[in-house]
Structure formats: C-alpha cells, structure tokens
Design a protein around this ligand. Structure first.
Ligand code: ATP
Ligand code: MG
Length: 344
C-alpha cells in the first residue's frame, strides 16, 4: 500500500483463535469491505494477543492464521486495497507496547469492563496471565502504530478504544505535541450478535459460533439449537419477538425487512411455529454463507498465495510501525544512539 497517501487510516484485526463467524461479518467484516474503498486499511491478525489466553496451545493459533486469511479473502477484503499484517512479525508493536505500559495502571486495566467480563468468562480469577490483562495496551500499540483514526469493531471493543485514547492523550500531553493520533470506533447496526443460545455474544472461544465456512448441515444444526421464546409451546400460542434469537438473526441477515416485519406480527399473534420460522432463517443464512463458502474454497486451493500476501503486508506494516516507534521513543525520552552527545 502507498504510505504517502492522504486517505484516513483504518486498523482492525482479529485473534486467530478459530475460523471467523457471523458475528465478525456483522461486527466488523462488512464495514471493512465497504471502507477499504475510501480508507487506507490495515488488517492485523493478532497472534500475539491470541497467545495471551492460549499459550498452552500455540498450534491452534498457528493453524488459524491461514483460516482467518482465507475468511478475509472470501468475504471480499481485497489485497489490492487492504494491507494484511501478522502481529508477531512486527517487533516495533511490542516495543511500543512496552513504552505504553508505563502510562496505564494495573487498576485501570482491571476496571476495563471488557477485560473484567472476559476474565470472568475464562475463569481466570487471580491467575489471569499478565499478557491477557495487558492486551488493551498492546491493542493500543497496534492502532496507534498505523496512525489509525477509524477502527471498525464490535461493541465489545468500545472500552478498549477508550483506553487507547487515554494513552494517546497522556503521551501527547507529556510531549507537548501530537505524537500519536486518537481514534474512534466504527460500530455497525448489529454490533453484538448473540450466540445461538442467546447467552452471550457469539465468539470463537465459546464454541457456539456459526462459521463463515459452515456447511449447509452445520447451519441447519446451529439454527435448530437456537433459542426462541420458551413460553411459545404450541404453534397457536402468541410468541415473543424481543430476545428471540431467531428474530435477532433475521433482523441481522434477512434482506427482506418487510417480510421479517410480517413474520414478527404473525409470531406475536400466534399461529407461526418455530419450525417454519427456523426454516426461513436456515435459507437466509445459506444465502449469506454459500457465496463466501465457494470463494473460500477457491482461495483455499492456494494457501501459499494467501500467506505470501500476509508476508508482504507484514513488511509494509513493519516499516510504518517502526516510524511511529521512533517518534514515540523520542517523545517519552528514551536514549537513542543516533542522538548527538557532547562527551567532553
Ligand atoms: P475470541 O473468543 O478468541 O475472543 P471472538 O469471536 O471474540 O474471538 P475476536 O477476534 O476477539 O473474536 O474479535 C474480532 C472482531 O470481531 C472485534 O472487532 C469484535 O468486536 C468483533 N466481534 C467478535 N464477536 C462479535 C459478535 N458476536 N458480534 C459483533 N462483533 C463481534
Ligand atoms: Mg474476542
């Protein structure tokens, strides 16, 4: 990508902890596909961040780097318009993280609501890995290294963006000049897609995800497991639409809003059974996933090409991040051998 461009910069990414799912599509991927037309976009595969709660299983992360790359290409993130980078291939990001760590307190990280709920969900309690607690700081390094002003993410990432901007302001204030750039989250219409059981957000780690590579059979099974209204026992009973996961998914993925509105009326009145409703959702999801699945199959035939794209982008990312690191080292007063010193 052209680093001289004046287009606003986007940085987003994903942890390579599994193939991407429908939550990623609504939460971030659709925005990325649209925004790559007007922005200078960088997409980071955050393998170092994935290690922070998966150090016992690094093989999972290594394998999923390719899976995530294939998902990107399959949904239409275009290597001609977007630069793909691998986090562990950019040492400057980690040095920047080390500098940033001095501008955040442990208490502030522990109060971050996303971190709090993720620690609880993983049952870490007091044995939370230090790297995990610190991941918002490393994410702040990722975002600022690229000079990103826009970050398309799901709702769960809002507190992380806030934390990033706090670090930026502290460093800029201390330096008395604008060394780093503040950013804003771009949150889509469906910023938090629930898991099929409605209990939490769909996530790779929870094992309840519908992957973008799901087969028709996997889609059918997932939709069958989906929660509806527990009070809707007989077809003739009036049913609830609010909190009904099937309707949440229809709202997110069915292009025919009018038809969904009619289904909602019918369900509320009674007379519309869950089986029929789920059949429609199954068709809608198959229509969303099938073109992604077939594009993915064709990219999967040449994995070396996908990894070559990632390697090339990582080199570009390395150059950009190094420039930000040099500026930040100078701003926070780190010794440099390049400086001129009076030795006498
Ligand atoms: P993990 O369980 O390993 O944390 P994840 O499914 O939460 O995986 P991430 O890689 O952490 O996925 O998130 C990548 C991006 O996708 C983030 O911007 C996040 O906000 C967004 N995202 C993830 N899950 C959802 C969801 N269910 N709804 C909307 N956006 C989501
Ligand atoms: Mg996550």
């Amino acid at each position: 990508m052209n680093t001289e461009t004046t287009k606003p910069v986007i940085l987003t990414g994903d942890r390579p902890t599994g193939p991407l799912h429908l939550g990623h599509l609504t939460g971030s991927l659709q925005n990325r596909v649209a925004m790559q037309e007007t922005h200078d976009q960088y997409v980071l595969i955050a393998d170092m961040q994935a290690l922070t709660d998966n150090a016992h299983d690094p093989g999972k992360i290594r394998r999923n780097i390719l899976e995530v790359m294939l998902d990107y290409l399959a949904v239409g993130i275009d290597p001609g318009k977007t630069t793909f980078c691998l986090q562990s291939g950019i040492p400057a990001l980690h040095e920047l993280t080390a500098l940033f760590m001095n501008f955040v307190s442990v208490g502030r990280l522990e109060r971050n609501p996303t971190i709090r709920s993720e620690i609880a969900a993983r049952g870490f309690e007091r044995s939370v890995p230090l790297g995990f607690l610190n991941y918002p700081v490393s994410q702040a390094a990722d975002i600022t290294a690229f000079g990103a002003t826009a970050v398309p993410v799901g709702e769960d990432q809002l507190p992380i963006i806030e934390q990033t901007n706090e670090i930026v302001r502290k460093i800029n204030n201390q330096a008395g000049k604008s060394v780093l750039t503040e950013c804003r989250a771009i949150i889509p219409k469906v910023g938090r897609l629930p898991a099929v059981d409605g209990s939490s957000k769909m996530s790779k780690s929870s094992g309840t995800a519908i992957h973008l590579s799901a087969s028709p059979d996997e889609i059918r099974r997932a939709v069958r497991m989906m929660y509806t209204d527990p009070g809707h026992l007989k077809v003739s009973d009036p049913g609830k639409v609010e909190g009904n996961v099937v309707f949440t998914y229809l709202d997110a993925f069915d292009p025919d809003e009018q038809a969904v509105a009619e289904l909602k009326d019918h369900y509320r009145r009674g007379g519309l059974g869950d089986v029929k409703l789920k059949k429609r959702l199954e068709e809608v999801l198959e229509n969303v996933i099938s073109p992604i699945r077939s594009r993915r199959d064709s990219f999967a035939a040449d994995p070396a090409e996908a990894l070559r794209i990632l390697k090339q982008g990582t080199r570009t990312g390395d150059l950009i991040s190094k420039a930000t690191l040099d500026r930040t080292r100078e701003a926070v007063g780190v010794f440099s051998f390049d400086d001129q010193y009076e030795l006498g």
